[in-house]
Structure formats: C-alpha cells, structure tokens
Design a protein around this ligand. Structure first.
Ligand code: SF4
Length: 352
C-alpha cells in the first residue's frame, strides 16, 4: 500500500514563530487496524447488536484507550477478569486466551465469541505440534503479553519464552529445538535465536509466525523514518507493536514522538522540519490517525491540500482544507467498497 503525502510552502509552526520553507507529510499506508483487530471489533459489534444489550470483552479489545472508550459507548464493556462474568456474551480478543479460561466461561453458560486472530491461532497450534513431536520449544516474545501467555498455555506450558539474548544461556534444552515467535516480534529477533540454536542443536525446526501485517508495517516505518526528520507514531502506550514502531524509527535516527491522540501533538515539534511522517500502530483506529493528520494540518494556513492513501478503495484521496471536504482523485470510484461499518466517528470524518 502506498503512503500519501501533502505539502505546502511557507508553513508557520505555531508556538515558536519559526518558519519552514516547505513541509511534506507522509501518512503511512499501513496505518490503522490490522486484519485481526478489525475482525475482533467487527465480531464484537455484531455480538452487541444481536444481544441487544451490552456485551463484555475479556480485557480491552485493543491496546488503545480512546477506541476502547468509544466501543464502551457502543455497548462493548471491558471485563478485567472472569470473576464478575456470570451470564451474557463475552468476546475473546485477538490475542487469544488460555484454554482453561475458555472452559471456565463456557461452563458458566456464557456465550463465547472467540475473536482470536487466525494467525495467533496458528501459532498456538504450531507450538502444541512442536511439543507433541518432542521438541524443546522456544517462543520469541514478551513473557507478559497476553498473546504469548495464550500460546504457552495451548502448548501445556512446555514452552520457554525468550525476550532477548540474555535469556538464551539459561535455557535447558534437548538436541531437538523448535522455534516460533510472537506475531508482532521483529523478524530479526527470531533470526537471532535461530542462529544461536543451530550452533547447539542436532535439529532445529523453525516456524516463522511473525505476522505479515507486522512485517509490512515495520518495513514501511523504517523506510519512512529514513526520509523524515520528524515521525509521529500514533498508538496506545501499552501497545507492543506501536512501541516497536517507535523503536524502529528512533533506530533510523528520526526525531520520533509516541502519541496516543491528536491532543498530545505540539506545534513546536514541526518547527524547522521539512518532512514529517505519521504512522499508526495495528491497534490504532483510522479516525485517530486522521485526527492527528488534521491537527498537523491545523497548524498550516487554509488552502493547502492533503493527499493520503486510500485504504478503503482505489486510488488516493485529496483533501482540500479551504473547501473542507474530501474528494476522490480522478478515475477513482466514489463507491467506498470496504468502509468499516463499525465506526460512526470514522465515517463522519470521511464524509466531511
Ligand atoms: S498483528 Fe497480525 S497476528 Fe496480530 S492481531 Fe493483527 S493480524 Fe493478527
């Protein structure tokens, strides 16, 4: 997916009074909900409409407080634990959950909507397969992340989680090692563990369970950070994939700010900058990214135009600030074929 960009000459960065002769802003094409989070939200909304009363997600559906609060208004409440859940509908989020928790919920007569991402489900099954085939299993990931806990639990707890090189030497392994990864880990982390294992084992079996959406998003962030002198990474502070995007952009040397919403954006950051990038995490809804873009835009004079990637149909869209409306580029169908049905806010923003 292409990134979009807009530019204008003579922009004034509010708050500092400094002028830039030119500012160009790229919005990452890979920004916004990934497939798994979008699917979880869709399933939750459907369950809520069907039930006709509030449903509960077991933990926040995504690591994004603003979207979680919007979903609360739509009737999707967050249950922090299973203890208060006695009846009704419960949504298992895209990270998955330990099998014993699923059993507990079902045994109470709750209707369970399992929104575990299919890629996470695949990792769970592969971990179990490796354990059953007699391998010592290593999972590269964050020990406390719910997805990692669910994968370990599916494999009966017989998995060693490795967060970094420091964990490797303490492992007690057989000569047959099986390796997989948390879906949002950088591929390089998996590769490092594989390189370590091949020097010690007779047999190494590797499943690359890093999600392609993650790889593409990280690659795009790296590319954009190389070109930009300011990067705004938009996403929840607890979001592992967003934090990783921040790290990647900083590794590339760009001034990088992690913000959860447009309100945190400071005009002074734009002063003296020539090229800025806006990148959203996999759990960041499009309406928050659009809000950041609009706020950056608000620091410019009316009359400038935005070109942003069209993630909902063919071609890019052009946003003309002075006319305050969105129109499609020539040759683009005006029919928005893949518009998410679950975001009133997002819809209203695009209609402006
Ligand atoms: S990042 Fe990939 S694996 Fe994780 S929820 Fe999104 S699509 Fe699924």
């Amino acid at each position: 997916m292409r990134s979009g960009s807009w530019r204008r000459a003579g922009m004034s960065a509010e708050g500092r009074g400094r002028k830039t002769t030119r500012l160009e802003v790229d919005v990452a094409g890979e920004s916004g909900f990934c497939f798994g989070v979008r699917r979880a939200v869709r399933l939750a909304m459907k369950a809520s409409h069907r039930a006709g009363r509030p449903v509960h997600s077991l933990g926040p559906l995504m690591h994004n407080p603003q979207e979680v609060s919007r979903l609360e208004d739509e009737g999707i409440r967050v249950a922090r634990s299973t203890s208060g859940l006695r009846s009704g509908v419960v949504i298992v989020r895209s990270h998955g959950v330990e099998p014993r928790i699923l059993e507990r919920l079902r045994s109470r007569g709750l209707t369970v909507v399992d929104a575990t991402c299919p890629f996470v489900r695949k990792a769970q099954k592969l971990a179990l397969k490796l354990v059953n085939s007699g391998y010592s299993v290593i999972l590269v990931g964050d020990r406390e992340h719910p997805e990692v806990r669910s994968i370990v639990a599916y494999a009966g707890g017989k998995v060693s989680v490795v967060e970094g090189p420091g964990d490797l030497d303490a492992l007690r392994l057989t000569r047959r090692i099986g390796i997989l990864s948390q879906t949002t880990q950088p591929v390089e982390n998996l590769a490092r563990v594989v390189a370590w294992a091949v020097e010690r084992a007779d047999e190494v079996k590797v499943y690359n369970t890093v999600c392609l959406a993650t790889v593409r998003r990280q690659d795009e962030a790296r590319r954009m950070a190389r070109k930009a002198d300011l990067v705004l990474v938009v996403g929840g502070r607890a979001s592992a994939n967003t934090k990783r995007l921040v790290e990647i952009c900083r590794e590339e040397g760009a001034e990088t700010h992690h913000i959860e919403s447009a309100r945190e954006l400071k005009a002074g950051w734009l002063a003296g900058k020539h090229r800025a990038a806006i990148i959203g995490g996999a759990s960041t809804p499009r309406w928050i990214i659009d809000g950041v873009r609009d706020r950056v835009f608000s620091f410019t004079r009316p009359g400038c135009r935005a070109r942003i990637p069209n993630t909902f149909g063919k071609g890019d869209r052009t946003w003309n600030r002075s006319k305050a409306r969105m129109r499609h580029s020539p040759g683009t169908s005006s029919k928005r074929r893949s518009r998410p049905k679950n975001s009133k806010r997002e819809t209203s923003l695009r209609k402006r």
